[in-house]
Design a protein around this ligand. Structure first.
Ligand code: SF4
Length: 417
């Protein structure tokens, strides 16, 4: 029987961030900027990281029912009655993993309890091969998008531009032999590989790697969907059995999508998704719930159902509260909550109903009025900055969301939206 905070990830999984740093998983400390990074030593060999004192300390805390700070994102979600990454992975381990994989986790748990070297290397990997990307999504940042980094270079002097410029050369590690020599030693133990970015399908190193990866690797790609081609599907994706799983990040429909994922074009992405469906690819859609799709999120679920696509448990914007519904007053949240309560029965897919339930739970939590005030002020400032430098309009692109929060902008009527 495991403890109430047990998570299988630190016993089976490694995440590599865009700059090559190794972390617990895609939602752990390093990705939640409100707490310090667990370990940012980029060049640490995989085996040293896997057997590091710091990682073993976290493992022991999880086995003892404690809540390590590195996993704060999960605790925050669970305290809001929202399904956390940890809960999802526990479900997956129970229902989808083979006996052999479960045994690897059990062996590694024993190693930690006995203070031994880990019995097995990780079999599950989540890699971001650098920040190369073609989009500047509103909830992203320069460490995840080379385009935002370019934008930051041009506009970082503006008073309300939210991103820092980073040294782009720190993202070059995927082309360095040091990484590949180390990685090739463990490639044969990989059973699950998830690759995200940046936009992974822009990354030639990754595409070359895919061409050589054993065809029985369970392979999943999180993509913005703008770079999918027929040739890629037939020459690369079709090599794998089981089929490559394509998870398309999509946070809105039509103009709402284009505002959030600037400068992507909705029609192109919709066509690419239909192309994947034509080739019977294993595809899901992955929306992130945030202020700018506060209503439109529901349209994504309906659109997905019209194409028989399942949306995966959506993420919630965290770390940038001014882009989340934590900007909303209680009465705004109430209006939104009623919209979802009414809409819930119009959805057929059980996953989608569950996602709506999570949204309703999220909206049921009160936010400190002082935080709302700060967040709404930042929302107005940053929205105006984005609108100006990108020549877009929140009001026209996201009309329902605009109506919900327009009073914030009226309070600051000296500048156009
Ligand atoms: S508890 Fe959450 S943050 Fe920690 S490793 Fe598990 S999934 Fe990641």
């Amino acid at each position: 029987m495991h403890s109430k905070t047990y998570c299988p990830y630190p016993f089976s999984h490694i995440a590599i961030d865009t700059d090559g740093a190794k972390t617990l998983c895609c939602v752990s400390a390093r990705h939640n900027k409100t707490i310090p990074p667990m370990d940012s030593r980029v060049n640490q060999p995989i085996n040293d990281y896997w057997n590091s004192k710091k990682l073993n300390k976290i493992r022991k805390e999880l086995l003892l029912g404690e809540r390590p700070n590195e996993c704060k994102t999960c605790w925050d979600f669970e305290d809001k009655n929202i399904t956390s990454e940890r809960m999802q992975i526990l479900h997956k381990v129970t229902n989808d993993l083979s006996q052999e994989e479960k045994q690897i986790i059990d062996d590694n748990i024993e190693s930690v309890k006995n203070n031994d070297v880990m019995a097995h290397p990780p079999f599950s990997w989540d890699i971001k091969f650098g920040n190369l990307c073609n989009l500047t999504c509103i909830m992203c940042d320069s460490t995840k998008s080379s385009q935002i980094n370019k934008e930051a270079k041009r506009h970082k002097h503006l008073p309300y531009y939210p991103h820092n410029e980073i040294d782009q050369s720190t993202m070059d590690w995927p082309i360095e032999n040091t990484f590949w020599n180390d990685f090739n030693n463990v490639v044969s133990s990989i059973k699950y590989l998830k690759v995200t970015g940046g936009e992974p399908l822009l990354n030639e190193t990754y595409i070359e790697f895919l061409k050589k990866l054993p065809t029985n690797t369970s392979n999943s790609i999180i993509t913005n969907g703008t770079k999918i081609t027929e040739e890629m599907i037939t020459n690369i994706f079709a090599r794998f059995n089981p089929c490559v799983h394509i998870n398309v990040s999509l946070d809105g429909i039509d103009s709402n999508y284009e505002y959030i994922r600037y400068p992507a074009r909705w029609k192109l992405v919709e066509e690419n998704i239909k192309l994947l469906l034509k080739y019977n690819m294993d595809i899901t859609v992955n929306p992130t719930f945030q202020l700018h799709n506060a209503f439109n999120y529901f349209e994504i679920l309906k659109w997905a159902e019209s194409l028989n696509i399942v949306c995966t448990q959506g993420a919630f914007v965290f770390g940038k509260s001014y882009l989340s519904v934590d900007c909303l007053t209680d009465s705004m949240k109430k209006e939104l909550k009623e919209y979802y309560i009414k809409g819930k029965d119009k959805l057929n897919n059980i996953n989608h109903k569950h996602m709506v339930k999570n949204v309703i739970n999220y909206l049921s939590k009160e936010t400190d009025p002082e935080i709302i005030k700060q967040n709404s002020r930042m929302l107005v400032r940053y929205t105006k900055t984005y609108n100006k430098i990108r020549n877009v309009s929140f009001e026209q692109s996201c009309p329902q969301e605009w109506n919900l929060v327009k009073e914030y902008f009226n309070d600051n009527s000296s500048t156009s939206n």
